[in-house]
Write a protein that binds this ligand. Structure first.
Ligand code: C2O
Ligand code: CU
Ligand code: CU
Length: 458
């Protein structure tokens, strides 16, 4: 279906997905996007956005190869749409306003239904009013379990993000013009699962699967683990097939907005001992952002008992026959305001892909940045022409980095490639999921001020 036809046709569809669809979905619990209040610090912060009135967005659990029904209801006055980051699902479930569905008005329900083909750590967030709703809290983790139990004693999800609060613990504006035109506007309250340095109990001597997700709108985390034997077992959802050094204070791991890392952690043998997830914020020493505390008598397990996670069914690109496409990410000479329709604008364009700023989510007649043939292999050359870092995210497909002009990149399957200053990275993929797939920087201020486009697979 062409974009224009879709836009014409989808008004009726949006109506059909309205309240009337509820009966069909009666056995499934709705995810209700709604206003929330929560004490992130001392005082309750109001004006938050979550899926309950007083708690963070829950971890959503699914199983590889099993259908999930996730009807989303919009109980906000603003429009919304929900995106399932990293999942290779049908295009019409991808939650991108105007591109794959119409924005959801207040009271509307969209019956998201899909079967995740891959196990791993993923997440969800709105793709309409993205800046406001994400900055105010609506970023949650999705865990898709392997078809077979990989043998951990327990798991721990850590959703990392910052909030921008004033001295009364109320929201500051989500972005500044200066930030949007540079590396983004950083939050000043660091949280893990909306908590300040939470402590989680796990069996002493047990094996914990630690799933760390950066759902921040801006911050690139520098992470490492302290006081525990650990192994990196998955990156951006997918099991790692090569040895990745465990990050250390001297060599922390860069995890950009949208990215995930899974660790296997062997808990200390002695009750009360902790393993710390450490982060380095600019101008400050490394600090713990979450702790795992050993409890009970030692389970006596060891990392070497773990089998490698089974690989996800991702097709390997045929490099000998891959066609090359180039993408340049940089500032925009044009300026002008994007037309984001019902989905919120930051009012200006600072960024571009291939020197064209995205004209806006609701802009008409915008073609894809590239059209790929279904089933064929491609190499995409991603060139960062700016001094700022950009986590470049592609929906609906998984790719593998091949090479960089600045560093050696392990061949880890991913949906989000963090481009360093002046970096040129080649990635490869098989275009095996048809549709129009959003392709953008995951620093939301960049995404909403021009650094967005889409790739079509037909
Ligand atoms: Cu996680 Cu287009 O987004
Ligand atoms: Cu995504
Ligand atoms: Cu960016």
């Amino acid at each position: 279906m062409k974009r224009r036809e879709f836009l014409l046709g989808s008004g009726a569809a949006a109506g059909a997905f309205g309240l009337g669809a509820l009966g069909v979905a009666a056995n499934m619990s709705e995810l209700v996007v709604q206003p929330a209040s929560y004490a992130l610090r001392d005082t309750v912060t109001s004006g938050m956005v979550s899926l309950s009135p007083d708690a963070p967005p829950p971890v959503l659990y699914g199983k590889q190869g099993e259908v999930m029904h996730l009807p989303v209801r919009n109980a906000l006055a603003d429009y919304t749409a929900m995106h399932w980051h990293g999942l290779r699902i049908p295009n019409d479930m991808d939650g991108v306003p105007y591109l794959t569905q119409m924005p959801m008005a207040q009271g509307e329900v969209f019956p998201y239904t899909f079967t995740p083909p891959d196990a791993g750590t993923y997440w969800y967030h709105p793709h309409c009013m993205t800046m406001e709703q994400m900055a105010h809290g609506l970023t949650g983790v999705m865990v898709i379990a392997e078809a077979e139990d990989p043998g951990f004693d327990s798991e721990q999800v850590i959703n990392l993000r910052d909030f921008r609060l004033d001295e009364n613990d109320q929201f500051l504006p989500a972005f500044t013009r200066r930030g949007a035109a540079r590396s983004g506007t950083f939050g000043n309250v660091h949280t893990a699962n909306w908590q300040n340095q939470p402590v989680y109990d796990h069996a002493a001597g047990g094996l914990v699967r630690l799933r760390v997700v950066n759902t921040d709108t801006t911050r690139i985390y520098k992470l490492h683990l302290q006081h525990g034997a650990a192994r990196v077992i998955a990156w951006d959802g997918h099991p790692v097939a090569v040895d990745i050094p465990v990050p250390s204070a001297a060599d922390p791991m860069l995890v950009g907005p949208g990215q995930r890392v899974d660790f296997a952690v062997a808990m200390p043998q002695n009750e009360g001992k902790v393993v710390e997830l450490m982060a380095k914020f600019p101008g400050q020493p490394h600090q713990a952002i979450a702790r795992l505390r050993a409890v009970g008598a030692s389970a006596g397990r060891e990392l070497r008992e773990l089998q490698p996670l089974p690989p996800n069914p991702v097709a390997r690109p045929d490099l000998a026959n891959a066609e090359l496409h180039e993408f340049v990410f940089g500032w925009t000479p044009e300026g002008g305001a994007p037309d984001n329709g019902f989905c919120g604008s930051l009012g200006e364009n600072f960024w571009s892909i291939n020197r064209k700023p995205w004209p806006g989510d609701a802009a008409q007649g915008v073609g894809p940045l590239a059209t790929l043939e279904q089933g064929k292999s491609y190499v995409l050359r991603l060139r960062n022409e700016s001094p700022n870092l950009h986590p470049i995210h592609l929906h609906g497909l998984v790719f593998v980095p091949l090479k960089s002009n600045l560093r050696s990149l392990p061949p880890l399957l991913t949906d989000t490639m963090l481009l360093l200053k002046d970096e040129v990275v080649e990635i490869a993929l098989v275009a095996d999921n048809p549709g129009d797939w959003a392709f953008h920087c995951h620093v939301i201020e960049h995404q909403k001020t021009g650094l967005t486009g889409y790739i079509r697979v037909v």
